[in-house]
Write a protein that binds this ligand. Sequence first.
Ligand code: NDP
Ligand code: ZN
Length: 360
Amino acid sequence: MAKMKGFAMLRIGEVGWIEKEAPECGPLDAICKPLAIAICTSDVHTVWEGAVGPRENMILGHEGCAEVVAVGSEVKDFKPGDRVLVPAITPDWNSLEAQAGYSMHSSGMLAGWKFSNFKDGLDSELFHVNDADGNLAHMPEGMTLEEACMLSDMVPTGFHGVELADVQFGDTVLVIGIGPVGLMAVRGCALRGASRIIAVGTRKACVDVAKQYGATDFISYKNGSIEDQVLAMTDGKGVDRVVIAGGTVETFESAVKSLKAGGKIGNVNYLGSGDYITIPRVEWGVGMGHKNICGGLMPGGRLRMEKLGSLITNGQVDVKPLCTHVFHGWKHIPEALQLMKDKPADLIKPVVILDDEIKF
Ligand code: NDP
Ligand code: ZN
């Protein structure tokens, strides 16, 4: 069987280069080679916090763009040589969950997230894509590899937070967390017509980009409680919507306290520790406040990639400011992952352009 090289999680807390069997192509599948990959905060959760559980010799990576190398006999719209966008979430579109509108949970809760979770990810010479016609999208003409990488996860996840919070024209929205996911949520809120966008975060690079994307007010979670600051800046009224893209289990308490009755919270943040989320009884309207809390994994899929991609190609969303650290060459993947773990003040997102061969 053919072999491939890649960068893997060897076990919790340990990464390295490995060689393993190349994936096989089923009738509906595609085999792709990555052209560029981006590192995600979720990779840090996976490797160092055991977020998806113990894994051995699993190739990392779920954000990137690629060239198709082979397709199965039933694949209609893609052929070898095509350049493609690759969503982080690749559902089984034929599942009952997808038919019910929850593609991200096809075949089990969160099971639409397959790359570097249930199977090898993108950080190797070749990777496997299930349901190629439903999951891949053609890379638009003129789109850069860096831009394409932001479409895998950052744009769809940030925008899904906005969908979950159901942001409407004129809303005042609180966006908690302005890493790359929260920044995309800020942009999504602005596109949905929010009148005021209050952003929570401290790193200057992120604050600057949030302003560019449409944030109107800023709060530091290090300067006292988020809710006290929100209530002070809204005459005690609170906000119409909250998107959560950072923080901890305690953040929900602040979100509920910051929200008006009838408001909605959309959470896309990963909750890595703690057994329970606490919802404050009184501020939740003693159970009758119509304050909705909705948390979700982004849905994935080709149509979403094509639509979000057209926001970039038509100049509605500029993802370039997210790509603060762009490397060339496979050997930079470990360094890029370490950067994401360390989160220096000037970092938003590391991208690695794979324009050479893996050597080890
Ligand atoms: P980052 O770590 O880059 O950003 C986190 C943000 O949260 C920063 O702005 C940070 O502020 C802020 N923050 C940190 N602690 C607190 C706190 N206690 N209260 C309020 N804000 C806080 O993360 P990403 O943007 O890369 O990802 C955000 C989350 O989304 C992660 O948990 C990630 O795993 C998850 N995710 C979810 C996906 C989904 O489909 N649902 C997909 C991809 C990612 P500061 O400026 O001080 O650093
Ligand atoms: Zn990601």
